[in-house]
Design a protein around this ligand. Structure first.
Ligand code: KIV
Length: 259
């Protein structure tokens, strides 16, 4: 097993785990100093490209952003989302995941789904491709974006799928918008690491979209906490720049080349 993944797994029941998304080098290099895992999420489809769903994100787009992120990530685990329709069967998944690993040098790939993807996960793991799972709200195929685990039947299904995925060989699973007690149960009953987004403090770790955390996006999602207002910082810097250009205060002689 990859040393970085071993180190990551060793954190279970010892220390909480911090994960964030990154889509490019400069942000990734900041996150790398603080996070255990940097995820190149296909959320980039809505965050950067204004797509109405992650279905529109292509393998090439994920590869290109991941190459950039790779330049900034030196110590944390780098995981990349396999986009929609790139892992419909074991053969397709293996071909595309191999390409993703080769081109981006990521440490692992993330796949959304439960029962339907078990044979796919098994085939990737057998071929030494580390896999992170994703249960709860599955943005690539979701019809109803409400939290999961309201009904007992749904809670049983998700718990069972988490166990099946663990057995198939995933090293970690993202739990997106899962009811608090169910997140606790999954985290306690699994030996792998659970990473929550909108799934309470009961998970082994947490993940957020970086643009939401720094206030670059205008997210109103309940599970997002805004730790900074970078939108405002950029606004005021650009306003000052514009004013200085208009008033001919920028550039000064020190910013110019004089013989
Ligand atoms: O695409 C993404 O960014 C994700 C995280 C929010 C977990 O899957």
């Amino acid at each position: 097993m990859n040393k970085k993944i071993k180190k990551f797994l060793n954190k279970k029941n010892k220390s909480k785990i911090t994960c964030l998304t990154a889509y490019s080098k400069n942000v990734a290099s900041i996150l790398d100093k603080h996070c255990d895992l940097v995820l190149v999420g296909d959320s980039l489809g809505s965050v950067l490209y204004n797509y109405s769903s992650t279905k529109e994100v292509t393998l090439n787009t994920m590869i290109n952003h991941s190459k950039s992120v790779r330049l900034g990530v030196k110590r944390s685990l780098m995981v990349v989302d396999m986009p929609y329709n790139t892992y419909r069967n074991p053969k397709e998944a293996l071909k595309n995941a191999k390409l993703m690993m080769k081109k981006t040098k990521c440490d692992a790939v993330k796949l959304e789904g439960g029962k339907k993807i078990i044979s796919i996960v098994k085939s990737l793991v057998k071929n030494k491709i580390p896999v992170m799972g994703h249960l709860g709200i599955l943005p690539q195929t979701e019809k109803k974006f409400t939290y999961k685990g309201k009904k007992l039947s749904e809670r049983n299904r998700i718990l069972n799928e988490a166990k099946l995925l663990e057995k198939a060989g995933i090293f970690s699973v993202v739990l997106e918008c899962i009811e608090t007690k169910l997140a606790k149960k999954i985290t306690e009953q699994l030996n792998i690491i659970t990473i929550g987004i909108g799934s309470s403090v009961n998970c082994d770790g947490q993940v957020l979209v970086i643009d939401d955390l720094i206030g670059l996006s205008q997210s109103k999602l309940r599970f997002v906490k805004k730790y900074a207002n970078v939108n405002q910082i950029i606004n005021s810097a650009v306003k000052r720049y514009k004013l200085e250009v208009l008033k001919k205060r920028f550039p000064k002689s020190k910013h110019s080349f004089n013989n």
